[in-house]
Design a protein around this ligand. Structure first.
Ligand SMILES: Nc1ncnc2c1ncn2[C@@H]1O[C@H](COP(=O)(O)OP(=O)(O)OP(=O)(O)O)[C@@H](O)[C@H]1O
Ligand SMILES: [Mg+2]
Length: 310
């Protein structure tokens, strides 16, 4: 992400780094205590109970591979385990089965509900080094008021932003994973795939008919911008899944409302990426015509939804 931070975002990120170094541990302990108060009675063995529901954690412990364990320990810190405990208790999750992806800022898992359905669980790591860039996309968004200048809170808002953006896209009729629940740094959504096998990324599995897929994606994008009032901001073959030759758009945390200060710049970049990918697939399209087609008409640029100023 090479965009410059708006002033407000830069200041918050700056504060967060300073504050982080000095108070991170203390604050974590405080937040943990508060979370524990919220939940009331907690059985003594709650951590073992949750770990017992995480298949990959069990496998890593058995294999004693230091690297596996390190990754898993980083994802499943105490407060994340507590969030999972709550999701299990509230009937959203039964087990966390296996990792689908380990990205820079989040890990995605296949999970199963008590009814036996597949869901995807995206866990944003609270120790991510990239959190500073998050503020670029959060500052200036009226859906999020004051964001506390610490890494953990910024990551929570980021996960919430992905949840809210998915809701908006979904309501606008764009094919995205249906968002199911969000809490702190954990997002539960529809699992895109077949019988537990995740749908591949377009990067790894190009569409059979690229010209048709281009049209479908332009339509999807325009639906999102016109009816959803959103600019995706990271639209590429890495963030679109190919589900039986139908595109499913994912990874929407960075998507901004169309009146965000960076919206125009991000929209142009998305058009450029989309055109470049399909040109490589032999479809004769230009960035300019793509941009024209995905730009919402001026008068309709006000976003739908009632989630402003929450
Ligand atoms: N709902 C879902 N159903 C199935 N697979 C999913 C789902 N969401 C994400 N994935 C898988 O997880 C990968 C990472 O998801 P996503 O792009 O949202 O996270 P990310 O933080 O951007 O990770 P990265 O840094 O790797 O891009 C996707 O490429 C996809 O393979
Ligand atoms: Mg991604």
């Amino acid at each position: 992400m090479s965009l410059l931070l708006p002033r407000k975002g830069a200041e918050i990120a700056e504060d967060a780094s300073r504050e982080d170094a000095a108070f991170a541990e203390e604050r974590d302990a405080e937040q943990m205590e508060k979370a524990l108060e919220d939940i009331g009675e907690l059985p003594e063995d709650w951590q073992d109970f949750v770990l017992g529901r995480i298949e990959s954690q069990k496998v890593a412990a058995r294999r004693r591979s230091d690297e596996d364990r390190k990754t898993l320990d980083e994802v499943f810190d105490k407060s994340t385990l507590l969030v999972l405990y709550k999701f299990i208790n509230n009937g959203y999750l039964e087990t966390l089965d296996y990792p689908v992806s380990t990205g820079k800022e989040a890990n995605v898992f296949h999970a199963t509900t008590p009814q036996g359905d597949s869901v995807a669980v995206k866990i944003f790591r609270t120790n991510t080094a990239t959190f500073r860039s998050f503020m670029t996309y959060i500052a200036g968004d009226p859906r999020f008021g004051h964001v506390k200048p610490n890494r953990r809170d910024i990551v929570y808002v980021w996960a919430q932003k992905e949840y809210k953006n998915l809701q908006r896209y979904f309501e606008a009729g764009v094919r995205v994973p249906n968002p199911i629940a969000w809490r702190e740094n954990v997002l539960i959504m529809e699992f895109i795939g077949d019988e537990g096998t995740p749908a591949p990324r377009v990067k790894d599995a190009p569409f059979d008919d690229p010209a048709k897929a281009y049209e479908a994606l332009v339509d999807q994008y325009r639906l999102g911008s016109e009816r959803g009032g959103l600019v995706h901001g990271d639209f590429s073959e890495f963030n679109i899944l190919n589900q039986g030759n139908a595109p499913v758009v994912i990874d929407v945390a960075q998507a901004v409302l169309s009146h965000h200060p960076m919206a125009a710049e991000l929209l142009a970049r998305d058009a450029k990426n989309l055109a470049a990918y399909f040109r490589r697939q032999g479809v004769k399209v230009t960035a300019d015509e793509t941009l024209k087609r995905i730009t919402p008409p001026r008068k309709e640029r006000e976003p739908i939804g009632r989630d402003e100023e929450e």
